[in-house]
Design a protein around this ligand. Sequence first.
Ligand SMILES: CC(C)(COP(=O)(O)OP(=O)(O)OC[C@H]1O[C@@H](n2cnc3c(N)ncnc32)[C@H](O)[C@@H]1OP(=O)(O)O)[C@@H](O)C(=O)NCCC(=O)NCCS
Length: 157
Amino acid sequence: MARQQVSGTVVRRLEPRDLATVLAIESGALPWAARWTPESYLPAPDSEMCAWVAEQGASIAGFVLARYSGGEMELLNLAVAQAARRAGAGRALVSAALAEGMARSASQAFLEVRESNSGALAFYAALGFAMAGRRPSYYQAPAEDALILSLPLPSRG
Ligand SMILES: CC(C)(COP(=O)(O)OP(=O)(O)OC[C@H]1O[C@@H](n2cnc3c(N)ncnc32)[C@H](O)[C@@H]1OP(=O)(O)O)[C@@H](O)C(=O)NCCC(=O)NCCS
């Protein structure tokens, strides 16, 4: 999925010129978002990883990083800048990542989320994700369990 427009939000592949803004949004969303190395956001074209940014007007509202392997996909990181939240960027980003998963024949999407991240839990529930498990003490700083959420993806066949 190279480029997708959903009601005022344009989602496109993350490019090197976006990196500083993406890392600033990531920092501003800690500890809810994870910290990934800068290189993770610029994977090779044939990599299992893909990253996208959401543009609203002239600014980057947020980003998503996903991995596709073994017939499944995982949302590795997702954040929308505080000032841009509740305007559809998060939904548009996840939609793009899920569309790529369907194009790559993934049958399930997974992610981990801090148990106390009530905003993200409401967000993922609105997108149809359901609780699939728990990883005790998965996170540090602060220590916390991860909830595993999953979403079945429709097959293209
Ligand atoms: C979670 C996050 C990515 C959502 O991004 P967003 O752009 O604000 O989400 P959207 O505007 O696309 O929201 C879509 C729907 O999700 C639900 N939703 C989103 N945020 C919510 C919140 N804080 N509380 C309750 N419901 C919420 C709503 O149903 C919303 O639709 P509505 O605004 O029409 O009511 C954003 O809050 C964020 O960056 N949080 C910090 C980082 C984080 O938690 N990342 C996830 C780690 S697993």
